[in-house]
Design a binder for this molecule. Structure first.
Ligand SMILES: [Cu+2]
Length: 163
């Protein structure tokens, strides 16, 4: 008897995220795993910049805005304002920012290290293959349109299918 196991493997996709010119030491891994009713997102990141409180007009550095962007293109482009090729937020259901399918919780740095896991029912692991993940310099306010005022793009990774 022969069993085809490919259909009962849980879908999994992942990305390795790498820092650009504003955070060259940054590296991270994100895994998207199919679970009952949606996707579990597991994140581990090293080399985030040190937290800096807001000063006058300047936004705080961290906790870091964190989203899926629509283009799977992590070309650095302008080193002063990197990763513009990743485009805007992935927003397949045309929602306001704060409820985009790829709006994630902010990343909190612990001396540069962040680890987080969360559940979403807004996409399955395969739906985000070929998109990118961006880590921003500033916090996401989940309110300003179209991207939560989270500032420059520190790091980028293209999502690929694992299973
Ligand atoms: Cu973003």
């Amino acid at each position: 008897m022969y069993y085809d196991t490919t259909n009962c493997m849980p879908e999994t996709s992942m990305t390795e995220i790498r820092g650009g010119p504003l955070a060259p030491q940054l590296y991270g891994i994100i895994t998207f795993s199919q679970v009952s009713g949606g996707t579990e997102v597991y994140v581990e990141v090293w080399g985030l910049p040190p937290y800096k409180p807001a000063q006058g007009e300047k936004q705080p550095i961290g906790p870091h805005g964190f989203h899926i962007h629509e283009n799977g293109n992590c070309e650095v482009g302008n080193p002063e304002n990197p990763f513009q090729a990743a485009g805007g937020h992935w927003n397949p259901t045309n929602q306001p920012h704060g409820n985009h399918a790829g709006d994630f919780p902010v990343l909190f740095s612990n001396n540069g290290y962040a680890k987080m896991s969360f559940f979403t029912n807004k996409f399955m692991p395969q739906d985000v293959v070929g998109k990118s993940v961006i880590i921003h310099e500033n916090p996401d306010d989940y309110r300003s349109q179209p991207a939560g005022n989270s500032g420059k793009r520190l790091a980028c990774g293209v999502i690929y299918r694992l299973y």
